[in-house]
Ligand binder design. Structure first.
Ligand code: PEP
Ligand code: CO
Length: 466
């Protein structure tokens, strides 16, 4: 794939800007309000778990995080496009070879479609290997007169509606660590071991239900094959370069006990990183400036994101930039906007315009999912594919209007053939939602819808380039 310059995934080098960034952020955590936190049932067990976690090996290396920051800087500057995608909530039982493989294949296919259409590097980031905790609108859930704690993700409690499952169990932090580690192990094997070889573009389409988007993909893959054969025959193709891709991990930094226990100092520079994933973001419900989540991400050197919903003001964004990116390091901060397809055209352009000069190093990414959720008449939480496409279109339009770069998309998807979002060209109807509704949290696009979105976004990128 064209996205990787000729250097290995992690080469152990010290980043060139190291002297420009102050070392020695303190690692004691001030006592600030933290929303959406578990109420662990057993403090002694929690303390033991946190000690264990603090001594476990890091899941990612600081050098990899720095490389991702460099890639995101390209997306901030209009020279690359970000594709961030995966489950709304990963589950412990969902950590299986086929599940992980199919999600990776879906992301790789989307990335190829985008690269081919846009002719620019695609920065690939999974919502994967750590996305085990969820913010909830209510602390409790009531069914048939029985009230229990809400499900907060497999890192905290179980989905089953029983008292035992819904208890906040600190042992789950360790299980989430091991599940993330196993997932990342397979991600690394797939992306560096030949599976993601550009000469396998056809293979990634195999094993999925066929539909219009898969057929379109097949045709595009044949063209890529011919181009690759041409380059190989001409002696200009770099085989090693084609064999591997960079796929980074990301999740919402929500459960602070877990995230704090995963912070390590970079042995090269002394700077703290959360080693729970390459990129972490703060959600719409926990992004208050004076609270613990923003404080947490302000102290680690990973590239970080903040969700930006319809209530965000110019002042909010400027204060976030000042707090999280005081040195204006390109690629350090990503704003993930999620306005809703009906509101983005009104809300986003003035917001972009008002922070423009202060936000030059910021990467703007569109989450077209979380502002477009509704409940179907049958009681399923769903999203319409057309609203998802509509929000991305509004996002491109807003950036075009203001003269800023639409830096990427952030989506919830699965490689599985689920019926959770309605619409698409192989349509899921609202009556079909019950057929294979498998998510424990938000509705995800299935393989067909994901590919179709990639084709539509590739067209938007192509139009922008003309
Ligand atoms: C999410 O990304 O799953 C999520 C909960 O998003 P938001 O914080 O934007 O609501
Ligand atoms: Co979600």
């Amino acid at each position: 794939m064209t996205s990787a310059p000729p250097r290995p995934f992690y080469d152990g080098s010290v980043p060139s800007d190291v002297t420009a960034v102050p070392v020695g952020h303190v690692l004691d955590w001030p006592d600030k309000r933290a929303r959406q936190q578990p109420t662990w049932s057993d403090p002694a067990a929690l303390a033991e778990v946190l000690t264990t976690l603090s001594n476990y090996p890091p899941l990612v290396f600081a050098g990899e995080c720095d490389m991702l920051r460099d890639r995101l800087a390209l997306a901030a500057a209009g020279e690359a496009f970000v594709l961030q995608g995966g489950d709304c909530a990963e589950t412990l039982s969902g950590v299986t070879g086929p599940n992980i493989r199919d999600r990776i294949k879906t992301i790789l296919q989307m990335a190829v479609v985008l690269t081919y259409g846009a002719g620019m590097p695609i920065v690939k980031i999974g919502r994967i290997a750590g996305q085990f905790a969820k913010p909830r609108s209510a602390d409790e859930e009531t069914r048939d007169g029985v009230t229990l704690p809400a499900y907060r993700g497999d890192m905290v409690n179980g989905f089953e509606f029983t008292e035992a499952a819904r208890r906040h169990d600190p042992d789950r932090l360790l299980r989430a660590y091991h599940a993330s580690s196993a997932t990342l192990n397979l991600v690394r094997a797939f992306t560096e071991g030949g599976f993601a070889d550009l000469r396998s573009v056809h293979m990634w389409n195999k094993g999925f239900l066929s539909g219009p988007a898969q057929a379109k993909y097949e045709a595009m893959a044949s063209e890529i094959d011919r181009a690759v054969r041409f380059l190989e025959a001409s002696g200009v193709a770099d085989a090693e370069q084609m064999r591997r891709v960079e796929l980074y991990s990301s999740h919402e930094a929500l459960v602070l006990d877990y995230e704090r226990a995963m912070v390590r100092r970079d042995s090269r520079t002394g700077r703290p990183y959360t080693t729970s994933g390459h990129f972490v973001w703060v959600g719409e419900r926990t992004r208050d400036l004076d609270e613990a989540h923003i404080d947490f991400v302000s102290r680690v050197h990973n590239p970080i994101g903040v969700k930006v919903g319809p209530t965000a003001t110019r002042d909010d964004l400027l204060r976030l930039i000042d707090t999280l990116d005081p040195h204006r390091t390109p690629g350090r901060l990503t704003f993930i906007t999620r306005m809703g397809s009906g509101r983005i055209e009104d809300l986003l352009p003035p917001l972009l315009e008002s922070v423009r000069s202060e936000a030059e190093g910021v990467t703007w990414v569109c989450d077209p999912m979380h502002g477009n959720t509704y409940t179907s008449p049958g009681g399923y939480k769903t999203r319409h594919f057309e609203d998802v496409v509509g929000e991305v279109r509004g996002f491109f339009g807003a950036h075009r209007q203001v003269g800023t770069w639409p830096g990427g998309i952030h989506v919830e998807l699965t490689g599985n053939d689920v019926t959770e979002c309605v619409g698409g060209s192989h349509p899921v109807d609202v009556e079909d939602l019950g057929l294979r509704y498998e998510t424990l949290c938000d509705p995800r696009m299935n393989h067909q819808q994901s590919l179709e979105l990639a084709f539509q976004v590739a067209e938007m990128l192509e139009q922008g380039a003309r």
